[in-house]
Design a protein. Structure first.
Length: 277
């Protein structure tokens, strides 16, 4: 399905952003490959849009939405998942099949493709710890199988030498002998400490070495601080809330203000987890 001038505010959890020139939602991987072989425009791949800020000017290219790439299969000891599968659904599927280790994913708002791209993590675990292999697709529609050794993986970062490839699926080995965490307990902890149900992108900043970004922001008196319709959450200082029809510029200005404040007070550079397009 191909649409034009699609508002990206409908597809980003911050509920802001301009229009994308074209918006393509393939029904399967073959359809995506065929489309890419003919495409000449810049590409942005989006899942749940939970770690993405599209500027108000929009995106002059094709946004590919992975909503339909959400297959989940049991492969002997492994689990295969499409890029569009939500992390919560993957976690539930693993538990239902007595595969342990994916419990932490239940607390992360996002999909498999985005989680692979940023090495998403929570509660001391990271997704690439469990990756056996991934499938990627190039901007020209060529499908490849890749392995963890093909990437430089670090805290909230996944770097591939072939930057023109996008994640379309992954095979996981959730191989712990017993359940690592109780999902209900993780969700209760998340709900009690994070502004669930409000338009946000999850954690905005990476934690600097030996520090927590939220503590730095809170100790600087920035909880509740607003620029336009964008506000630092009163519940968790590393969250920015679209509280009152914020523009992407409001959010970007608030990010810059937080960074400037922390730099002046602590001489620490806060780096964003959030991807800004």
């Amino acid at each position: 399905m191909l649409r034009f001038n699609e508002p990206m505010s409908k597809h980003c959890s911050l509920r802001s952003g301009g229009k994308t020139n074209a918006f393509f939602q393939p029904t399967n991987l073959n359809e995506l490959s065929t489309f890419l072989k003919k495409n000449k425009k810049p590409i942005l791949m989006v899942g749940l849009g939970s770690n993405l800020l599209v500027r108000d000017i929009g995106f002059d290219g094709v946004t590919i939405h992975t909503k339909n790439l959400k297959e989940l299969n049991l492969l002997d000891h492994f689990i295969e998942s499409g890029a569009g599968t939500s992390l919560a659904k993957l976690s539930r599927f693993a538990l239902a099949n007595f595969k342990y280790g994916a419990e932490f994913l239940s607390a992360i708002p996002g999909s498999v493709g985005g989680a692979l791209a940023m090495n998403a993590g929570a509660f001391g675990s990271e997704i690439w710890k469990y990756v056996v292999s991934v499938k990627t697709i190039s901007f020209s529609g060529e499908i490849k199988e890749r392995y963890p050794r093909d990437f430089e993986i670090s805290y909230r970062s996944t770097v591939h030498k072939n930057s023109n490839e996008l994640f379309v699926s992954a095979v996981f080995n959730f191989n712990l002998k017993k359940q690592n965490d109780n999902v209900a307990d993780l969700l209760e902890k998340r709900n009690s400490t994070q502004p669930i149900g409000l338009p946000s992108c999850g954690s905005v900043f990476k934690n600097p070495k030996n520090y927590f970004a939220a503590e730095l922001i809170e100790s600087s008196g920035l909880k509740g601080y607003c620029i336009g319709g964008a506000c630092v959450s009163e519940k968790h200082a590393n969250y920015i809330i679209n509280q009152n029809n914020a523009t992407s510029q409001d959010i970007e200005n608030l990010i810059a203000h937080i960074q400037d404040t922390i730099k002046k007070k602590y001489l620490i550079d806060l780096e964003t987890e959030l991807i800004i397009i």
